[in-house]
Design a protein around this ligand. Structure first.
Ligand SMILES: [Zn+2]
Length: 185
């Protein structure tokens, strides 16, 4: 799979020193400018390259598509609380009826009742369910999420993410994105 994109959009997949992506969600990507800067600062190894090159009068090089850090960075165990990651944790399904259409976010304990915007209180909900629940408590509405909302680990999201690959994946990234979970239960 090769996707036609402009040279400005040729990001490098960034791997940790153990050849796993530095982060999955969001996927660790650097702009080609940052990737080249890191090459010249001797912070990364080039693992794979694009066909595209950049050149100036004094030098020419192919843009890196995969780089690995020379120094191992301890990865964060818990991914960032973002809209995308909430959807991913909930597998892009309404937590009340299972629909995948018109997804929005629902505060299980409504904000009007002091509910917070946290992993433990926000779930994916379709628009009709969200409207039906309104600012009622789960008991008042008789609506309870199908799974108790929780702060996922990177591994949790990674397992779900395999069902929903990102839109842009360069072929040279594939070896580094999926091999590690193939080997683990
Ligand atoms: Zn629903």
């Amino acid at each position: 799979m090769t996707i036609a994109v402009s040279p400005q959009a040729l990001p490098a997949l960034v791997l940790n020193a153990d050849y796993r992506p530095l982060s999955y969600y969001p996927l660790s990507l650097w702009s080609w400018q940052d990737a080249i800067k890191a090459v010249f600062l001797d912070r990364v190894n080039i693992i794979a390259e694009y066909e595209h090159s950049v050149s100036s009068p004094s030098f020419s090089m192919r843009l890196p598509s995969v780089v690995s850090l020379k120094t191992y960075v301890q990865p964060t165990r818990h991914p960032a609380f973002t809209r995308f990651n909430v959807f991913l944790r909930d597998r892009f399904e309404c937590q009340y009826c299972g629909s995948r259409d018109e997804l929005t976010f629902d505060h299980v304990i409504p904000r009007a009742h002091g509910g917070q915007t946290t992993w433990e209180n926000v779930v994916a909900a379709c628009s009709p369910c969200n409207l039906r629940k309104g600012s009622k408590l789960p008991k008042q509405a008789g609506m309870f999420p199908s799974q108790r909302p929780y702060p996922p680990t990177v591994q949790d999201l990674h397992n779900n993410g395999r069902l929903f690959p990102p839109n842009y994946l360069h072929e040279s990234w594939m070896d580094y994105l999926y091999w590690d979970t193939e080997l683990q239960p």
